[in-house]
Design a protein. Sequence first.
Length: 159
Amino acid sequence: MTHPTLYRKRILPQECIRLKDDVILTCSEDIILTKWNALKPKKDLHHGYSCYFLKEGYKVSQFLREDGSLLYWYCDIVEYLPDPAAHSLTSLDLLADVIIYPDGYVKVMDLDELVTTLDQGALTQNLLKKCLTRLNNLLQIIYAGNFHTLQKYIEDLRT
C-alpha cells in the first residue's frame, strides 16, 4: 500500500489540517504508524508516535517529552474517511478521548462535547453511536489489561 496523504479533521473546533510533517513509518490495510512533532508544542509535549487502527476506529498515540520520556498515551476515537481518488485518509475526531498515564491511571475525556455537538447538529446520531461503541471497545481492552496489544505497534518501533 502506498502512503496516503493524512488529514486530521475536527468537529469542535471545526478544522481540517493536512498532517504534512507526519512521517508514515508503516502502512497496511489494518494500521498506519506515524512519527510526528507536536503541531502546537506545549510545556511537556514535544513529539510522539501514532498508530491508526483503521478497522477499529481509533488512533493510539504515544506522547513524549523532549527527552523522549513518556508523557502519556492518548487515544482518539475516530472515523476514518478514505478518499481513493485523492489518495488521502482523513481522520475525523469523534471527540471522545482516553488518556492513560504512566502510572496506569485511565481518564476518559470530552464526553460533554458529544452532547454539545449533537445538539448543534454538528454530529449525527450515527457518528455518536459509532463513537460510543468504539469507546466501549477500547475501554474493554484497557480494563481487561490488554492495552499492551495496542501499544506494541509503537513500542516495537522504538526498540
